[in-house]
Design a protein around this ligand. Structure first.
Ligand code: FES
Length: 142
């Protein structure tokens, strides 16, 4: 209760406090809320689909699964988190073996995870990947 403030004014104040709390909680849920954390790669094995979808000498982005997979040589696959190490946006495009982040322009090498262009300074974390019977699976215990 706010002493000396009319009831209608108190209701407005209470509403403003609640709106501020909701707004602050919403900020923590955005895709760019921060780097790292446990959601930057699959928590368990994720079936990605046909291995032939990944071009030899190129890469394919599985944006919904937050994984990018490259195939440096026929039958050899590498996978990395698709979550940008700058501020946590998910990369959104692949050009050859270079993946790009839409938020601030960082670019990464899908063969190594290395930063090609900042502002990101840390490489994309590697993710386990395997091909079984022509199907790719990525993530822990893959
Ligand atoms: S979050 Fe990717 S460049 Fe900033």
């Amino acid at each position: 209760m706010v002493a000396g403030v009319p009831a209608s004014r108190r209701a407005v104040l209470r509403g403003a406090v609640l709106a501020g709390a909701v707004g602050a909680a919403g900020v923590g849920l955005t895709a760019c809320g921060g780097a790292g954390g446990s959601a930057d790669r699959p928590a368990g094995p994720v079936e990605l689909g046909a291995a032939t979808d990944v071009p030899v000498g190129g890469a394919k982005l599985y944006r919904d699964d937050k994984v990018v997979v490259s195939q440096p040589a026929q039958g050899t696959f590498k996978a990395f988190s698709a979550v940008c190490t700058h501020q946590g946006c998910v990369v959104d495009s692949v050009d050859g073996t270079t993946v790009s982040c839409p938020c601030h322009g960082s670019r990464f090498d899908a063969l190594t995870g290395a930063v090609v262009q900042g502002p990101a300074t840390r490489p994309l974390p590697a993710v386990a990947v395997k091909e079984t019977g022509g199907t790719l699976t990525a993530g822990p215990a893959a």
